[in-house]
Design a protein around this ligand. Structure first.
Ligand SMILES: Cc1ncc(COP(=O)(O)O)c(C=O)c1O
Length: 393
């Protein structure tokens, strides 16, 4: 069967090779420590699970409006208002996870041949989503602290540039862009008539006290921004698959129409539970955030003690990028490490630690760990990394 060029252009993830290998080793009963997962290890708070049970008891088991229930849209409007973003339910589309919202957003504003600015390091799905929609990702370099280089970004703007994808805080780096940088990005976008897709899925996982606004709050930006968010990370609801976007009304309407012909409305029970999540207390989310700060501090302290490895202390999300390129050219037990994929796959083979090679994020000198796992695993996993690197020569 012939496959479309659009589909052929999508790269397989190198991460998958590592995950498959980690699963195989685990299934053989080996004690693999996994730093790969991009999901909180906590249970979904009980009051949210109770709401899902209530939805079943109430018989909320039928199709909902394609763009989401009015109750959930109102809860989203109130949530966004707390960030200084004023929207109406007509601006909101609820989808099957933030990933789906991102795909919808890109598909709605990127034409065949359009260029989309994508700051490096980028979350792997963005580049592939851009390609699926017929666009071309244009990679924007960053500085040594993983902050977008705005001079370089301006140089990369052409008359085909339609959009910029911004992810703050960032997966994979955990870097949080400051208000000042966000303001400067906004000015460039207004000046050059560029739209922004602003992925704010980690906005409740910021570990500094500074005020970090959404780019949509900046002058002239609301009408050119699609804000993406969801319940997956804040409430540990990754499996419930509820994400949402807020966009100018004409865009939201077009996306709702597209969704009505593809997936229809998301799961009715998960929407009901997400409504309870957004209207309910943030206490458990705050508890998770405190745990992440402790884990980050412990992980960074342990990494910094390892000869040859460096990392940047992340201010948000639950990821750390570790620079491993000092080990390229070295060997372990006669096996050569040439790149981050080799480092990751040999670390898994030799020391049973799974992490994500940086190639998928546009940063081949790095690997990414997620500290969304127990403190015990973090310390044991990093101890194994230390032993592995000590054996490289
Ligand atoms: C930056 C970023 N955006 C979006 C998503 C997708 O979130 P969801 O699980 O709600 O689809 C993820 C998940 O890993 C992510 O890291």
């Amino acid at each position: 069967m012939k496959i479309t060029n659009r589909c052929k252009g999508v790269s397989p993830s190198v991460t998958l090779a590592i995950s498959a290998k980690a699963k195989l080793l685990k299934s053989q009963g080996l004690d693999v420590i996994s730093f790969g997962a991009g999901e909180p290890d906590f249970n979904t708070p009980k009051f949210i699970c109770d709401a899902a049970k209530e939805a079943l008891d109430l018989g909320i088991t039928k199709y909902t409006p394609a763009s989401g229930t009015m109750e959930l849209k109102k809860a989203i409007v109130n949530t966004l208002a707390k960030k200084g973003l004023e929207y109406k339910p007509e601006n909101i589309v609820v989808s099957n996870g933030a990933k789906h919202s991102l795909h919808n957003a890109i598909a709605s504003i990127v034409e065949e041949g359009d260029e989309v600015l994508l700051p490096i390091p980028y979350w792997v799905s963005y580049s592939e989503m851009i390609k699926i929609s017929g666009g071309t990702p244009v990679y924007v370099p960053c500085d040594e602290n993983f902050v977008i280089n705005l001079d370089e970004m301006e140089k990369l703007i052409t008359d085909k540039t339609t959009a910029l994808i911004l992810n703050n805080p960032s997966n994979p780096t955990g870097v949080v862009l400051s208000k000042d940088i966000i303001k400067r990005i906004a000015e460039i976008c207004v000046k050059n008539d560029i739209n922004v897709i602003s992925d704010e899925i980690y906005d409740q996982l910021i570990y500094i006290d500074d005020e970090i606004p959404s780019i949509a709050t900046m002058d002239g930006m609301k009408e050119r921004t699609i804000v993406i968010n969801g319940v997956s990370k804040t409430y540990s609801m990754t499996g419930w698959r509820i994400g949402y976007l807020a966009a100018p009304e004409n865009v939201a309407k077009a996306i709702a129409s597209m969704q009505s012909h593809t997936t229809s409305g998301p799961n009715s029970i998960a929407q009901y539970a997400s409504c309870a999540a957004l209207n309910g207390s943030l206490d458990e989310a705050i508890m998770m955030k405190k745990a992440f700060i402790e884990r980050r501090d412990a992980a960074v302290a342990a990494i910094e003690k390892i000869d040859g490895l460096t990392c940047i202390v992340p201010d948000g999300a639950f990821y750390i990028m570790i620079k491993v390129s000092n080990f390229y050219g070295k060997s372990i037990n006669g096996k050569k490490i040439n790149n981050s994929l080799d480092f990751s796959s040999l670390l898994l083979e030799e020391s049973l630690v799974a992490l994500v090679p940086g190639d998928d994020f546009g940063t081949p000198e790095y690997v990414r760990i997620s500290y969304a796992c127990s403190m015990e695993n973090i310390l044991e996993g990093i101890k194994r990394i230390a032993e592995f690197t000590a054996k490289c020569n």
